[in-house]
Write a new protein. Structure first.
Lengths: 362, 79
């Protein structure tokens, strides 16, 4: 596939890895924010190509993983409500809540459907005019504009039985919250390529200034990630943290302004609860009052019991980068991709699932 | 495979019809939403995420990146 295969070239990857080894003199700890980066770093054996001076830590960039138990419970309660179809993206359906997952709600009779796109959820609403179709909207800035586009489309087409449970989250606020926490030393951040397609590189500017930590935007192929790691290592060696873009073919400084305008038209920032980090101010997106008729929270007010976190699960620590997956006592024994306890083992982007797939014995 | 949330893959735009387009996605033809990239043209490669094109890929930037590293790879082979 064009724009993919060229960036998987093994000779180019090895060349960059050699350059990293040549330039890296001191121990550095880099965080790959995005779960797709975690997955790709393991899948392509990139961690093994890096010199021992470089340690990679996973961050909170997995939408399924950072969705709190409380929000899973909310989605399950809405799915169980009468006359409701719950549409959800891929892996969310399997994340255990206090009383089971959306998948279990489906087994108990709820109509829960996996969709690939918000457009699919609109199609379901069209086909079932007498029923409410609720999209469990998870994701970061990559996904938020697509959900906004679907809401605008529903509004334009006069579809009144489509609603969104917005669990959408924002990257820069949580990145700052994590750096401010200072729980582990981070020398540089591999910034999420497809979030940056939308937001551009500009929103990262405060991170090097406030925290002395460099930010390099990376694509998802081996050459992309190695280039970004090389830039971060060069920054650390030179003592000059900065924002750089190593995904120029897709990301510009200002990002996708059309997408951002649409996102801002439909959503406004709100406080959000993150698994592992708790509440982070202005780190979520809620529907604006003008679009209240598409907001699941104006139609559904389920009484929720207090949420219970799965016993022994260290997803929260893994999401902050303070624990590696194999440091969790459940990893590979009580918690596997077939029988996951926490969301990091459920999602394809979850650090635990990625580690289990490539190093089950680690 | 279930789609991962931040995954976006290149797709070649084949034809455009209002807010949607027909695109070749790794050999499979799909209808995609182009509301987020209204300036897209037939023949462009876009990044496709959950059914929408989110970015128009820049071939000249891709080529520039590759050229730099191909040159470095050749240099290190010679040495």
């Amino acid at each position: 596939m064009r724009f993919v295969d060229e960036f998987r070239d093994a000779t180019l990857a090895r060349t960059i890895a050699r350059r990293i080894t040549a330039v890296s003199t001191r121990p550095v700890q880099l965080m790959e924010f995005c779960g797709s980066h975690t997955h790709a770093l393991l899948r392509y054996g990139i961690r093994d190509m890096l010199p021992p001076t470089i340690t990679m830590r996973s961050g909170p960039g997995c939408p399924v993983c950072v969705t709190s138990t409380r929000d899973i419970d909310l989605a399950v309660a809405i799915a169980m409500a009468p006359n409701t179809i719950m549409a959800t993206y891929g892996d969310l359906i399997r994340v255990p809540g206090t009383h089971g997952s959306l998948e279990r709600a489906r087994a108990q009779g709820a109509d829960v459907r996996v969709v690939y796109s918000a457009l699919d959820a609109i199609a379901i609403a069209r086909e079932h005019p007498g029923t409410q179709t609720v999209l469990a909207g998870i994701g970061f800035e990559t996904t938020a504009p697509t959900v906004a586009a679907a809401i605008v489309e529903a509004s334009r087409a006069g579809i009144r039985n489509f609603r969104v449970l917005s669990l959408l989250k924002l990257t820069p606020p949580v990145m700052s919250a994590l750096m401010a926490l200072g729980e582990i030393r981070i020398d540089g951040i591999l910034c999420p390529g497809h979030v940056s397609v939308i937001i551009g590189t500009e929103p990262y500017r405060t991170i090097p200034v406030r925290f002395g930590v460099g930010c390099v935007v990376a694509g998802f192929e081996p050459v992309d990630m190695l280039r970004a790691i090389e830039l971060l290592v060069q920054q650390v060696e030179a003592g000059s943290p900065a924002v750089e873009n190593a995904y120029e073919r897709a990301v510009s400084e200002n990002g996708n302004e059309v997408a951002r305008a649409l996102m801002q038209r439909v959503f406004q920032p709100c406080d959000a609860e993150w698994r592992g980090l708790g509440p982070v101010p202005s780190s979520g997106l809620g529907l604006r009052p003008e679009y209240a008729e598409f907001d699941a929270l104006t139609a559904y007010h389920p009484d929720l019991e207090p949420s219970l976190e799965p016993a022994g699960c260290r997803c929260g620590d893994v999401l902050r980068g303070s624990a590696q997956p194999h440091e969790c006592p459940l990893f590979g024994s009580g918690c596997t991709p077939d029988y996951p306890v926490g969301p990091c083992m459920v999602s394809h982007e979850g650090a635990c699932a990625a580690h289990f797939s490539y190093f089950p014995g680690a | 495979m279930s789609p991962t949330m931040c995954l976006a893959i290149p797709a070649l735009v084949l034809s455009i019809d209002g807010d949607s387009a027909k695109a070749d996605v790794g050999g499979i033809q799909r209808r995609i939403g182009i509301m987020l990239t209204p300036q897209v043209k037939v023949g462009d490669y876009v990044l496709l995420h959950t059914g929408y094109s989110i970015s128009i890929l820049k071939p000249e930037e891709a080529e520039k990146t590759l050229a730099v590293f191909r040159e470095l790879a050749e240099l290190s082979e010679i040495r």
